[in-house]
Design a protein around this ligand. Structure first.
Ligand SMILES: *[C@@H]1O[C@H](CO)[C@@H](O)[C@H](O)[C@H]1NC(C)=O
Length: 124
């Protein structure tokens, strides 16, 4: 019964979640939330498109939010959070410069990623 149930569940989970679920308890629990991809420092030319990546793994649903300089980022026309969690800036401007972090949370808690610095270079 258990293995049938696991297979049923695993069809509906991502591979990573499935591995987490099917591992013996204590090895890797569902409650653990961690980043599989964290944003890196980026230097963009003025007007260039920027994507900052962030992916977390843990018991779903996991929601991702972004912060710039410690303040939660509001999405606007040119700044969006993509469905895969990455932050998308369609045209970088000096105002976009700063220190970015993503915050992942699920019902067990929250984790904050490393800080990624975005620098926008070029003529204004
Ligand atoms: C998320 O999607 C965007 C746009 O398709 C892509 O550029 C980015 O690399 C993706 N992020 C990850 C972590 O795969």
């Amino acid at each position: 019964f258990f293995s049938r149930w696991s297979v049923f569940l695993c069809e509906r989970l991502t591979l990573l979640q499935c591995v987490a679920f099917c591992s013996p308890p204590g090895v890797l629990g569902f409650s653990e939330l961690s980043f599989s991809v964290e944003p890196t420092d980026v230097t963009a030319s003025l007007g260039e498109r920027v994507v900052l990546d962030c992916q977390a793994q843990g018991e779903s649903p996991v929601s991702l939010r972004w912060r710039r300089d410690g303040v939660q980022l509001q999405e606007s026309g040119g700044v969006r959070v993509l469905s895969n969690g990455s932050l998308f800036i369609s045209s970088s401007a000096p105002a976009d410069q700063g220190f970015y972090q993503c915050l992942a949370h699920n019902r067990h808690g929250a984790v904050l990623s490393r800080t990624s610095q975005l620098t926008v270079s070029g003529e204004i």
